[in-house]
Design a protein around this ligand. Sequence first.
Ligand code: ZN
Ligand code: ZN
Length: 147
Amino acid sequence: MTNEEKRFLEHRPVNCEECGGKMFYQVDGVYQCTDCGHIELDDFGKIKEYLAKNDGASMVEIASATGVEMNIIRMFLEDGRIQIPKGSKLFISCKRCGCALRSGRYCEDCIRELGNDLKDAFAEAPGQKAEPARIPRSSNNRMRYFN
Ligand SMILES: [Zn+2]
Ligand SMILES: [Zn+2]
């Protein structure tokens, strides 16, 4: 995704709603007009502000309160710019093994395994992790080796 596409997706303000002046990025999705000092937030700023007051809010709550689309919120999660708080039932899944993540695209295990190949992995479709065949653990010790 290009910066231009992201700028559009995240509704980053370019011109001041009040006076039409140029908006400059301050911090954490907050923009201020260079002419009149009017402050506007982009989607990231809105989420950040909402989460500061509503720690642990679900994706649906964030979306309805801020008006930011769910797929944009998901994009911020995958970028690691916002994180699903501890204790939340909501998760996104690792693009490689499908395990539950609070932010990012890959879990720690996959990143470690992918190592330097990580760049290639971004171009690939999400991999499917096969469940390892497990020998059921015997609770009554019936399994034994005989010579
Ligand atoms: Zn202005
Ligand atoms: Zn994984």
